[in-house]
Ligand binder design. Sequence first.
Ligand code: PNS
Length: 159
Amino acid sequence: MRRVVCPGSFDPVTNGHLDVIARASKLYDEVVVAVLINQSKKGLFTVDERLELLRDVTKEFGNIDVQSFTGLIVDFCRERDIPAIIKGLRAVSDFDYELQMAQMNNSLSGVETLFVATSPLYSFLSSSLVKEVAAYGGDVSGLVPAAVLDRLRDKLGHA
Ligand code: PNS
């Protein structure tokens, strides 16, 4: 069985993430979406909420397993015997840091990183900007799945 890990903070999952996960799901038998538990950074959504939203919006693909993790992503991959990580690249500005992480992860454990070019529809999209725009009452309805929009409305009063 060919498996790949798609790691991230997913605070919250956006249509850009979903595009990458959907494309990975066509290339692999199973995609493990790995949500980082970051003790030093308080998110808008709890890790449990992120997991629940991710499970909800990826259930239609049929081959997505959503998990949380702490520590190094390479340890998560090693423990599950998964040889590759998949990431979306939105723009050249993502490239430097992503290349650095890919090289570090490869040197730590031999894990490979594959990049998919994000759809231009979502090249400007990030969870942080979605939260900021939504917090000030901007319309993010085309940028996140409907379930996320509902939860943003619950949390912020509007979205
Ligand atoms: O959605 P994000 O916040 O851009 O995702 C970043 C993430 C979670 C993929 C990255 O920070 C990560 O892999 N963190 C786990 C800790 C780790 O392995 N750090 C070394 C990376 S070289």
